[in-house]
Ligand binder design. Structure first.
Ligand code: HPA
Ligand code: ZN
Length: 368
């Protein structure tokens, strides 16, 4: 596209990228080896005493033969849950603060150097780590070391400074009580920023909700999000990815979220589209993710045109770039290829992404 140099130079903000979703197959295998973590066996193993138990049989998956076979399997995801199966296995290799530092540094450096990303708000799944004995303190330690390094290396004087915030997501496939315990603990330990977007002090910028969507309506997390609201903790939730438009309304009405992650199925409900436009709710749309998880057949089927025409604000995001094969720059290019947007439309998309960020107003002015 003739717009390619313009799209590369555009200062970007990313709001919907799961840290664990930036774990490449190569790093996954390297960390499994370093940390002595067993992955599903690629081959059936028959012990001397006979075939393994049902559980052991479940852990046979030819995709784990090599990074290349794993990547090939990622290209064939059939649904959100099919992806999540691999995503939760993959993150088992993350154990130490060094592991999280390496993961976060690789993402942030690439975002800055390849995509001119100026501000990134990065999700992570505390419950999936705490259940393995890896504490939030360990994750935050690794994260902060990575952020300090990128802010040092890509900051000074080059006008391409990158800032980054960390946002824990509660997991919908687990019992609500599990979310409550985790969230109440983080709140009590003073982990959260207030809504003023200050960058010093506490470490987490807000709270999100992700994982399996079908049959897990947002309202189940109402009391927990009420705790967040009362404590002045910013809120967002995945909704309308596989689930119906009604889940987007429910996230707004029952969780008081400021943003909606994905939200693409909102386009099926004209009234809801009007509300999103009126209230200025930003959707953090992940078009390549929607294609790879079969929410839509082709990128052209993501309702980008509808959002633009009806004045619904959105940012473009990579979601789980190592699993879906596209980092933010590639997502921007794929959207341009599919929709052929104008320079004015791209400038507005980039500006809305800055305005919808959870950094302070001063930082927003710097990026604009
Ligand atoms: N949807 C829900 N949960 C997730 C996703 C997603 O796209 N990525 C990582 N966890
Ligand atoms: Zn997501």
């Amino acid at each position: 596209s003739p717009l390619h140099p313009f799209l590369v130079a555009l200062p970007k903000c990313e709001h919907h990228m799961h840290l664990e979703g930036s774990l490449s197959p190569e790093l996954l295998f390297a960390l499994a080896k370093k940390n002595n973590i067993s992955l599903p066996s690629p081959f059936p193993t028959v012990s001397r005493s006979g075939p393994g138990t049902a559980e052991e049989q479940d852990e046979i998956d030819p995709a784990f033969a090599s990074p290349a076979t794993l990547r090939a399997r990622y290209a064939a995801f059939t649904s959100l849950d099919d992806f999540l199966h691999y995503y939760y296995i993959g993150m088992r290799v993350l154990l130490t603060a060094d592991d999280f530092e390496e993961l976060a540094y690789a993402y942030l450096a690439r975002a800055s150097l390849e995509g001119n990303v100026r501000h990134a708000e990065v999700f992570f799944d505390p419950q999936a780590h705490v259940s393995r004995g890896v504490t939030v303190a360990v994750i935050v330690e690794g994260w902060e070391r990575a952020v300090e390094r990128v802010e040092g290396e890509f900051g000074g004087g080059k006008g391409r400074k990158i800032t980054a915030l960390l946002v824990p997501c509660l997991l919908r496939h687990l019992e609500v009580e599990d979310s409550r315990g985790l969230f109440a603990g983080l709140l009590a330990e003073g982990y959260f920023h207030g809504e003023d977007g200050g960058e010093e002090g506490p470490k987490l910028a807000g709270v999100g909700l992700c994982s399996t969507e079908m049959d897990r309506p947002p309202g189940l997390w109402k009391e927990i999000f009420e705790m967040a609201r009362e404590a002045g903790v910013r809120r967002t939730a995945h909704a309308g990815e596989e689930g119906p438009a009604g889940y987007v309304s429910a996230a707004l009405d029952e969780l008081w979220v400021e943003r909606i992650d994905h939200g693409v199925r909102a386009a099926e409900d004209g009234e809801l589209m009007g509300r999103l436009a009126r209230e200025g709710v930003m959707l953090t749309v992940c078009p390549v993710s929607n294609v790879r998880l079969k929410g839509v057949e082709r990128l052209e089927d993501v309702p980008i045109r509808e959002f633009l025409d009806k004045g619904v604000r959105f940012s473009l995001n990579s979601d789980d770039p190592a699993y879906f094969g596209a980092y933010l720059q590639e997502v921007y290019c794929a959207v341009e290829e599919a929709f052929g947007l104008s320079v004015g439309e791209w400038a507005m998309i980039a500006r809305n992404a800055v305005e919808g960020s959870w950094c302070g107003e001063e930082r927003k002015r710097e990026i604009l």
